[in-house]
Design a protein around this ligand. Structure first.
Ligand code: NAD
Length: 444
């Protein structure tokens, strides 16, 4: 065997081992599935854990959706008090505050007057907090990503199934105006047979990452721990919905590759005074991480992540099929034989027929509130309406686990020379029989 062949074999063996070790499912004897399980209908009564930037924004949207807020938790008392004053200003009685350290949330989730716990804390807290809420008989709605390891993904799935409570990831981009429009057009067959998508989180966060408040206090640290896609879900959720992932198809495996890590060190050199503790950090997260995901039905997604370099904001949000293609940032569309030749056209003409009923009815208030163009209100409104009316939630624990999984899977692939790494089937086979597209089927 030549040297080249021998090292190639060795490489493939490492790759296989990587696939094996990461996908080794922490399954336990499965309780009944949570696929297509409706909420127990209830007037939404929520507690929020983490009322920093995002938690405060979610609170504003929940109040606008007429949701009762009974409890708030944050390790910084002033943040909890500020959020409490927002609730009072909205005409509700002051929610009880939990501010006594990192585990104060355990008291919040044990209350008997909540049916939904909203989590907007740093990433390492999402799974422990969601699991604690589920175990106390509450539904959980966590910010993205829901989990950072495959073990955590399984914890969420297993606990949701065992407790019969929903664990939903707050993937607001699934409710975007363009995303819901394109989803309806995909489902109506306008793009023909789907072939590939592109999804990303391209957001110049250097200023925020080096800030001495907010996300600067915790998010930059993740760039010192691993080399992967740290934030896969914003781009991936909508593309997964277009493709019917966990509903007739599923993610099979990914391969991933990163550039060197340069952007954060370069930014620090220009903006951070020598002697600042940040100078002791070593950034190892490659600036651009690209993963290719292959689905069981053979489709392909190019998934990207870069928050460390100058780049106009983009989630790519692309879907292509045998009859046409949509690309976002800016939104543009091309269908086979389109008037004007091979030039992208506008999505405006499609709105009259394909606009999602949620946007038709709630679009005005959503746009006025503003959060990410209005999709944050649509998300909060829809989630709490599903709870109020006892409907099956649009997104479930299987979506939360599946869309979060590229975080650890890309890390494993990069570490093993871009070897293919298998996705666990969190639905335990249910993806084959489940069909449809919940957000596309909303009746208004
Ligand atoms: N969906 C979106 O569009 C979107 C936008 C921004 C942030 N996020 C996500 O929201 C989450 C929060 O981000 P952020 O921007 O609000 O960060 P942030 O730092 O502004 O807020 C986090 C809050 O959690 C609190 N906290 C930390 N540990 C806690 C604990 N153990 N118990 C209770 N509170 C605790 C902090 O004091 C802080 O107030 C992150 O997961 C982030 O990725 C999502």
């Amino acid at each position: 065997m030549s040297n080249h062949e021998s090292s190639r074999r060795q490489f493939l063996q490492i790759g296989a081992a990587a696939a094996l070790s990461v996908a080794a499912a922490k399954t336990q004897t499965a309780a009944a599935t949570m696929v297509n399980v409706p909420f127990a209908a209830a007037t939404p009564a929520i507690g929020i854990i983490g009322v920093g930037g995002r938690g405060t924004s979610l609170l504003r949207n929940m109040l606008a959706a007429d949701v009762q807020v009974n409890a708030l938790c944050d390790i910084v008392p002033e943040k909890a008090q500020h959020a409490q004053s927002m609730v009072e200003k909205a005409g509700q009685k002051a929610p009880e505050l939990y501010t006594d350290g990192d585990h104060a949330f355990e008291k919040l989730v044990a209350r008997d007057d909540l049916n939904l716990v909203v989590i907007a804390t740093p990433w390492q807290w999402h799974t422990p907090m969601a699991v604690a809420a589920l175990k106390q008989g509450k539904n959980a709605a966590t910010e993205v990503p829901a989990a950072t390891t495959i073990e955590e993904c399984w914890q969420l799935v297993n606990t949701s199934e065992a407790t019969r409570k929903h664990c939903i990831m707050l993937e607001n981009c699934c409710y975007g105006e363009n995303e819901t429009l394109i989803l309806a057009m995909v489902r109506a067959g306008l793009f023909g047979e789907l072939l590939y998508g592109e999804a990303a989180y391209l957001h110049d966060l250097r200023g925020e990452l080096f800030s001495n408040k907010g996300e600067g206090l915790w998010r930059r640290t993740w760039n010192t721990k691993g080399n992967e896609n740290l934030y896969p879900t914003h781009g991936l959720g909508p593309v997964a919905n277009y493709m019917g992932i966990n509903r007739g198809d599923r993610f099979d495996y990914l391969v991933s590759m990163s550039t060197p890590a340069r952007g954060l060190a370069a930014y620090r050199a220009e903006h951070v005074p020598k002697g600042d503790p940040k100078w002791s950090e070593k950034y190892i997260e490659g600036d651009m991480n690209m993963s290719l995901i292959k689905t069981a039905n053979g489709l392909m997604i190019n998934l990207q992540h870069d928050v460390s370099n100058p780049h106009p904001y983009s989630r790519l949000n692309t879907i292509a099929g045998t009859k046409g293609i949509f690309k976002d940032y800016p939104p543009r569309i091309y269908f086979d034989g389109q008037a004007g030749g091979e030039e992208y056209g506008s999505i405006e003409p499609y709105k009259a027929q394909y606009e999602n009923p949620l946007w038709k009815k709630q679009g005005e208030i959503a746009r006025k509130l503003g959060g990410h163009g209005g999709m944050d209100f649509i998300e909060c409104y829809r989630l709490t309406e599903c709870l109020r009316q006892g409907l099956v939630p649009d997104l479930d624990v299987y979506d939360a686990a599946t869309w979060s999984a590229p975080f650890p899977l890309s890390c494993a692939s990069v570490a093993h020379g871009s070897a293919p790494v298998k996705f666990p089937d969190f639905t335990r086979g249910k993806w084959k029989e489940r069909k449809g597209s919940p957000i596309a089927e909303i009746q208004g």
